[in-house]
Write a new protein. Structure first.
Length: 384
């Protein structure tokens, strides 16, 4: 029995802010952003967008293509949740028109939890091969203005259908895992922006990569040289380069796997979207699928990281013919259609982001589902 990703689709916010603009106003060389951290733009959500609307935009094409038969579980991974009690997937369930006989839940561990959601989904399908699980990763990454993380903000969602006999990626059973209780990045309940010890977070990311890789190998995982590509969690795309260099040093010191050109196809989307937390590693994967060569039957590695901190390394094999399943043009059109905003508007929107009480939002999104506002503490969503 093979289980894995049967379909994958992504969405992002309807606004875009260029890092050249940020660098100009900060009076620094844009090379720090373009080459130093590997980012050119960040996606931002419009006033009537959030993790639910992006999730709906990402998932709708999957439901349209595959229907809802056998779909009995939706797992929503996010670290920018919109309610302390009600799962974001409950809102999504209605917006996608899913049947009542579906369990839905939200999971959290910083940027890592979508990978946990996939592992849970694999377990469900292993017990009941006729069931399919919709896994959603959706996040808005926000840091304080004038902070070290500001240039790495972003917004995006990836939806994946996990099933038996997948058409895109067969996920292999071995995983390497690693956890340590550290304060590299966190967001207390009273804040909508994250707190981060930036340089330390880079160090913990790399330690976690090494720990997860060693555990992967100890549990019978494949050799590093057998991976055609590795998709890394990309808080900024240069992080993938640091990851590849670290992994090559410990896993394949005499080989050619450090070849960082092989990362190029995995960074295309994230360099334009910014950090999308839980969605970031799966956007790296989608970027490889859409922009890379046909790698049918090749093994792909995944390193998933969430601050706090948890890491996991696993592998999968691309299913021959997977290219025919992709929606490359749709995502590229969505990226191109984002409305560019300037520095003043960007800062104004950042400050105005945290609204309290009842309010209505302006009609701005390019998607079919809107976050219409708040009434008596209830978030309202509408489909066009
Ligand atoms: P910084 O400290 O301001 O930047 O921010 P820097 O001075 O370290 O410069 C960055 C790189 O640009 C350096 O290269 C410079 O040399 C280079 P490196 O030494 O790293 O190879 N540079 C230039 N290159 C070309 N031309 C120039 C130029 N100037 C400088 N002119 C920092 C960096 C990562 C700290 C910041 O972006 C940050 O705080 N980001 C947020 C935290 C983060 O992304 N951490 C990553 C690991 S943790 C993680 O992945 C989890 C996370 O996604 C959250 C979650 O799990 O939920 C964040």
């Amino acid at each position: 029995m093979t289980i894995g990703i049967h379909d994958i689709s992504a969405a992002t916010g309807s606004l875009v802010f260029a890092l050249a603009d940020l660098a100009e106003h900060e009076g620094i060389d844009v090379g720090k952003y373009h080459r130093g951290i590997g980012q050119t733009e960040m996606s931002l959500t419009a006033e009537d967008e959030d993790i639910v609307t992006m999730a709906a935009r990402a998932a709708a094409p999957i439901i349209e293509r595959h229907g809802t038969e056998g779909l009995r579980t939706v797992i929503f991974a996010t670290e920018s949740g919109i309610d302390q009690s009600k799962a974001a997937s409950v809102f999504l369930h209605r917006l996608l028109g899913l049947p009542r006989a579906v369990r839905v839940v939200e999971v959290k561990e910083a940027c890592y939890s979508a990978t946990a959601a996939i592992q849970f989904a694999l377990g469900i399908v292993a017990r009941r091969a006729d069931e399919r699980v919709l896994v959603i990763a959706s996040d808005v990454a926000r840091y304080e203005l004038n902070s070290s993380g500001e240039a790495t903000q972003g917004a995006g969602a990836v939806a994946m259908l996990i099933s038996e006999n997948p058409a895109v990626l067969e996920i292999e059973p071995v995983s390497g895992v690693w956890t340590d209780d550290v304060w590299d990045f966190w967001r207390p309940n009273d804040r909508s922006t994250a707190l981060v010890d930036g340089r330390y977070s880079v160090q913990v990311y790399l330690e976690s990569l090494e720990g997860a890789w060693n555990d992967y190998r100890a549990h019978g995982g494949a050799e590093f040289s057998s991976f055609a590509r590795v998709c890394y969690h990309q808080p900024f795309t240069r992080m993938a380069v640091k990851g590849q260099q670290r992994l090559a040093r410990i896993a394949d010191p005499d080989g050619e796997s450090t070849d960082i050109d092989r990362l190029a196809d995995t960074v295309e989307y994230n360099s334009r979207i910014g950090n999308s937390y839980t969605a970031s590693i799966y956007l790296a994967f989608l970027s490889l699928l859409d922009n890379g060569p046909d790698l049918s039957a090749e093994r792909i590695g995944f390193f998933s990281y969430g601050s706090g901190a948890v890491g996991e390394f696993f592998g999968g094999v691309l299913v021959p013919g997977y290219k025919s399943q992709l929606r490359t043009e749709e995502l590229q059109n969505m990226l191109a259609a984002r409305r560019p905003i300037g520095y003043d508007e960007y800062r104004h929107r950042h400050i105005a982001y945290d609204r309290v009480g009842d309010f209505e939002t302006a009609d701005e999104t390019h998607g079919d589902v809107r976050f219409a506002g708040v009434e008596q503490h209830k978030r309202l969503y509408e489909a066009r």
